[in-house]
Design a protein around this ligand. Structure first.
Ligand code: FES
Length: 100
């Protein structure tokens, strides 16, 4: 049994595509998706360009950088940046409708 918190694994669901992939607590949601051969929108991968921005429908994330490129308002509305967000629980993400 492994109780190391960084090795905890969570399930990430992506709507509206219906994808589901595993992510460990030590990994960004974007890199975990890529590992599962799921291509989420991205560009800079360091929390500044906002290309990856999506909405967190349920669950909790932590950021690996102090202030990701989101306004307080956007954060309050549930937007996250998967390239720098790491899971703290099982998650449900909502991609922008324009994504296919
Ligand atoms: S890929 Fe640029 S902010 Fe996430």
């Amino acid at each position: 049994m492994n109780n190391d918190a960084s090795e905890r694994r969570f399930s990430v669901q992506v709507h509206p595509a219906g994808w589901r992939y595993p992510a460990s607590a030590s990994q960004s949601l974007l890199s975990a998706a890529l590992q599962a051969a799921i291509r989420l929108p991205s560009s800079c991968r360091n929390g500044t360009c906002r290309a990856c921005m999506c909405r967190l429908v349920s669950g909790n994330v932590a950021y690996r950088i102090e202030w990701p490129g989101l306004s307080a308002e956007e954060k309050a509305e549930g937007f996250i940046l998967p390239c720098v967000a790491q899971p703290l629980s099982d998650l449900v993400l909502q991609l922008p409708v324009s994504e296919s």
